[in-house]
Design a protein around this ligand. Structure first.
Ligand code: 16G
Ligand code: ZN
Length: 550
């Protein structure tokens, strides 16, 4: 019976002969939406098996291609802890997605189930929560994923509807922790914890009125739609949504966080009249966030605040709260031993890394991709990571949260309203607001807004934290990008031999020069990143190094 169900699902979505190989890559399978049926169906099967393996814990499937063009689509599997699929399972996902015939697919499943000791007799239950973004192929692919889940006997597929990627990650995490996990619960947690931090903003006599207007570029995707739904309930913020996903424009086209961060120009839907306000930009599935301000009313240039500067802002805020709690004013009183970790990738602007190091913090580096950053961040009491492209979050360990809880309850009996009590409350609210499963543009944006209000900072104050070094990114088409092997969190090449020496030779010609090359995890190209003290120098360094890669 189980065999028949797997064979049937596989034959409903046959692989097109001669089609490209699917690779789970950095963030799931991705390709033109119309060709994704087989990979998505099989990802549904992988998710159901994963749930079986984990004793029936909920596992998630998101149908999205994030910041990629609207004709593309993709699928990511959410593990039971709310994070990305365990890397140990990626080769199995790859093998399944590329199995040429229904029969070969069946053999791969049976072999893997045996190795992983998964019982396939239908006597165990499994559940998979599914969601999709607003793409036109989403409905078709959701159906494919459901069929893939249902091909595992005992597995139940639950369609959670149209959601942002981080919403589904949050739901899976909460469900498996026995917490409330509906979309309404997500919204109330975000709205309530945001209000809580605002209520704890110190009142400064005669302080300037904080500009509370915020204009948000929703990338014509799901994030804008969700924000429209809840913006009325968000206190003390006057939110205007552009590219809201209600039919004004095309998903991710000349708008959204990826466009704004890479092109550094004003997105569609924004004009000179907006130059007085701070603006935020989400990507198509709302897991990336950047901020910007239009440089002047006559211009398409922007002042960009990328993931590195969002990270820096959060670091300052959290450090300040920890200092208040553990500070000199409170000797021996409720001191929290805190391992505070900051994690970046090679793409982090060198000026941001210097800024963080000058604060006396240790900065760890991992390869590109949330799965690496997130894993590293879990090693700390508070682990904070961001990619320059705007993907990141702040993780609080369970142990630290329970310490904070006992500290606040202890203080609320003897020192309610003390600065220490308030700082502990702010950190607790922060751990509620910012998504603990994955980077989340919507909740990340609210934390930015809360911190700016807390500090009484304008957008300009934030920009002035440090000045980004000019940088340039290039893509190089090569025959075989896997020929390039990197080490040291992708900052150095170890193969082919001799290439790193050539790169070092180029870098030596530039002041503040930094450059690295890495094979993309999502496209068939090699990426080159260069940084130097001027735009021209960064451009030329990138070009020189690209020539060595070709
Ligand atoms: C994916 C990653 C993103 C990374 C990007 C790099 C997740 C959820 N997304 O979009 O974090 O920055 O890939 O792409 O991990 P690249 O390997 O093509 O440069
Ligand atoms: Zn995304």
């Amino acid at each position: 019976q189980q065999r028949a169900a797997l064979l049937e699902a596989a034959s409903l979505f046959p692989l097109s002969p001669g089609g490209a190989r699917f690779s789970y890559g950095t963030a799931g399978f991705r390709a033109e939406g119309a060709t994704m049926g087989p990979a998505v169906c099989r990802a549904g099967t992988v998710a159901a098996l994963r749930s079986l393996k984990l004793g029936g814990a909920a596992v998630g499937v998101v149908i999205t291609a994030s910041h990629n063009p609207v004709r593309d689509n993709g699928v990511k599997i959410v593990d039971a802890d709310g994070g990305m699929l365990s890397q140990v399972w990626e080769p199995f996902a790859d093998a399944l997605a590329n199995a040429p015939t229904p029969d070969s697919l069946l053999q791969i499943v049976l072999k893997f189930a045996k190795e992983e000791e998964i019982t396939l007799d239908g006597s165990h239950s499994a559940q998979v929560l599914l969601a999709r973004d607003t793409r036109p192929t989403g409905e078709y692919l959701l159906d494919a994923a459901m069929k893939g889940v249902n091909a595992v006997i005992g597995a139940v597929a639950v369609d959670m509807g149209i959601l942002t990627t981080p919403q589904l990650h949050w739901m899976v995490r909460c469900k498996n922790r026995g917490l409330k996990s509906s979309e309404a619960d997500y919204f109330s947690q975000v709205i309530d914890s945001f209000r809580c931090i605002l209520d704890l903003v110190p009142k400064v006599e005669g302080a300037d009125f904080m500009n509370n207007r915020l204009i948000v570029d929703g990338a014509n995707g799901i994030g804008g739609l969700k924000l429209e739904e809840i913006k009325q309930k968000i206190s003390r913020l006057d939110i205007h949504v552009r590219n809201s996903g209600r039919g004004e424009g095309i998903l991710n086209e000349k708008c959204g966080a990826d466009f704004v961060q890479k092109e550094k120009v004003v997105p569609l839907g924004f004009g000179p009249a907006d130059s007085a306000f701070r603006c935020a930009s989400f990507d198509g599935d709302a897991d990336r966030l950047v901020y910007f301000r239009i440089a002047s009313s006559s211009d398409t240039r922007i002042d960009l605040v990328d993931g590195d500067k969002i990270l820096s802002l959060f670091v300052l805020f959290i450090r300040e709260q920890l200092d208040i709690i553990n500070g000199k004013d409170n000797p021996g009183n409720g001191v929290l031993p805190t391992r505070f970790g900051v994690i970046q990738t090679a793409y982090a602007n060198g000026a941001s890394t210097d800024f963080l190091k000058n604060l006396g913090l240790e900065v760890a580096f991992t390869p590109t991709g949330v799965k690496y950053l997130h894993k590293k961040a879990l090693e700390y009491d508070i682990g904070i990571y961001f990619e320059a492209n705007g993907h990141g979050t702040v993780l609080f360990s369970d142990h630290f949260v329970s310490q904070l809880e006992s500290l606040t309850s202890e203080l609320s009996s003897k020192a309610v309203g003390s600065s220490q009590h308030q700082a502990a409350m702010r950190l607790l609210a922060t751990s509620q607001l910012i998504n603990q499963a994955i980077g989340d543009a919507l909740s990340g944006m609210l934390l930015v807004e809360a911190v700016l209000q807390y500090k009484g900072w304008s957008f300009q104050n934030w920009c002035d934290l440090y000045t980004d070094l000019p940088s340039r990114q290039l893509k190089v088409k090569v025959q075989d990008r896997t020929a390039i092997i990197t080490t040291d969190a992708e900052r150095r090449v170890c193969e082919p031999s001799g290439l790193q020496e050539l790169i070092d030779g180029e870098i030596a010609n530039y002041s503040h020069g930094r450059c690295f090359v890495r094979p993309s995890g999502t496209e068939d190209v090699v990426r080159v990143y260069a940084e130097a003290s001027t735009e021209e120098a960064a451009d030329s360094l990138a070009k020189q190094v690209a020539q060595h890669v070709e």
